[in-house]
Design a protein around this ligand. Structure first.
Ligand code: FE2
Length: 421
């Protein structure tokens, strides 16, 4: 396969790329005009990027595939709050079957793939003695592998220490194929349970050689400070880069003096951060009158301090979030606004937040990126660079995995328009 007339991120000229046996074998600059045309003997196997941006695939580092596409079943969340979401989910949960989960997961992964995602980390609720969702999704991993790499987090929605047999269920989840150990310390009954759960989670992951991704301090409570516990455990267990703190929305409300002290530890620990801007702006701040807090972690400040931050969707049409369409560019657009990242430097490198930073969080960097020798996994986006892709909210024109075309799209075009000049 050859790709011609492609723009690469951060590069001014056009490039031609060659793919052999599923990997990039050559990446070379070409003349800076769209003159390259496919050789006649390779025309059927050539993608003409037409000056659009060729990027490494999108990474969705935080989604709940077990809950997707259940909004309104059986009842709609009328208030839109987290708490009504939990009530609506309690009504939907008894209706879960393997068939129901499989059908929704396949539909959603299809949607994500069509929108340029090739790496997914899904949290799956394991506070269910039957572990139906976990077993079902683990069983789909192989089938989905031609299109996406899927990581499964054993996610204790109702707590580890606060839920009957919580620890045993987490251990069983590992036996059934979980790749990542989750947690929810701010939801545990007591601070002591929260602290205990963090040390236990990191130790369990270390014992099995797994990763950690904790729903950490997803609350507006400025006194919710489990992030320091998680980061300390990661540092002391030498697990830093293998550990992720998701949400950390309480950090929005921490005082700056504490945050300054905290950042020293966070940097030392080398842990990763996932923020879900559309979900957090919607679910947090619900106990405020006016002014209302944004309730999103300090994405810009973490990034400027040299830490790894990526963005995620969290939900697609579930009891907590009725919208969502698989488009990470939409989440990125919202995140840039909410986090005050509208300066040129932030905008011109913004795709990092939904590409390589996510890859680092998932620890798939070795196989990820547009480099000779790496698997030919890439997408072609409408636009010539990060800024123009975000400005246009363009479509994913191609998604290619190991040299095989997964998605090819003809963008919509105007049939008729008013003449104004
Ligand atoms: Fe989540």
């Amino acid at each position: 396969m050859n790709i011609i007339n492609a723009r690469l991120r951060g590069q001014p000229s056009l490039y031609s790329l060659t793919v052999e046996q599923g990997c990039f074998s050559a990446i070379e600059p070409q003349s800076d005009t769209l003159t390259a045309t496919p050789e006649s003997d390779t025309i059927s196997n050539t993608i003409d990027a037409q000056g659009n941006l060729l990027s490494a695939p999108f990474v969705e580092p935080h989604i709940h595939l077990d809950a997707v596409l259940t909004a309104g079943q059986p009842n709609w969340n009328q208030s839109g709050t987290l708490f009504e979401g939990i009530e609506r989910w309690a009504e939907r949960k008894p209706m879960l079957t393997a068939e129901d989960i499989e059908q929704r997961v396949l539909k959603t992964v299809q949607l994500l793939v069509e929108n340029g995602v090739q790496y997914i980390r899904t949290h799956v609720d394991v506070t269910d003695p039957s572990l139906t969702a976990l077993k079902t999704i683990a069983g789909l991993k192989e089938k989905l592998s031609k299109a996406v790499e899927l990581q499964i987090v054993a996610f204790p929605q109702e707590g580890i220490c606060s839920f009957p047999n919580g620890k045993q269920l987490m251990e069983q989840a590992v036996e059934h194929g979980a790749d990542v150990i989750g947690g929810i310390p701010h939801f545990e009954y007591t601070r002591e349970y929260g602290v205990e759960s963090m040390h236990w989670v990191v130790a369990l992951a270390k014992k099995h050689g797994l990763l950690v991704d904790v729903h950490c301090d997803e609350i507006d409570d400025e006194a919710s400070r489990f992030l320091e516990v998680l980061a300390t455990a990661a540092l002391e267990q030498d697990m830093g880069e293998r550990v992720t703190a998701s949400h950390t929305t309480a950090m929005h409300s921490y005082n700056n003096a504490y945050c300054s002290k905290l950042f020293r530890l966070l940097k030392k620990s080398k842990i990763n951060f996932v923020s879900c801007p559309t979900e957090s702006i919607h679910l947090q701040g619900r106990f405020d009158t006016f002014p209302k807090r944004r309730g999103i972690t300090r994405v810009k400040e973490l990034r400027e301090a040299g830490m790894n931050v990526c963005l995620a969707q969290d939900s697609i049409q579930d009891p907590w979030y009725t919208l969502g369409n698989g488009k990470l560019l939409r989440v990125l657009d919202a995140g840039l606004h909410i986090c005050h990242m509208m300066g040129y430097r932030d905008l011109s490198t913004a795709l990092d937040l939904i590409t390589q930073n996510g890859a680092k969080t998932l620890q798939v960097e070795e196989q990820y990126g547009i480099e000779v020798g790496k698997p030919a996994n890439f997408i072609i986006l409408q636009g010539s660079d990060d800024l123009s892709v975000i400005q246009q909210q363009g479509e994913v024109l191609y998604s290619v995995r190991k040299g095989e075309v997964l998605v090819q799209r003809e963008p919509a075009y105007l049939v008729k328009t008013a003449t104004l000049s």
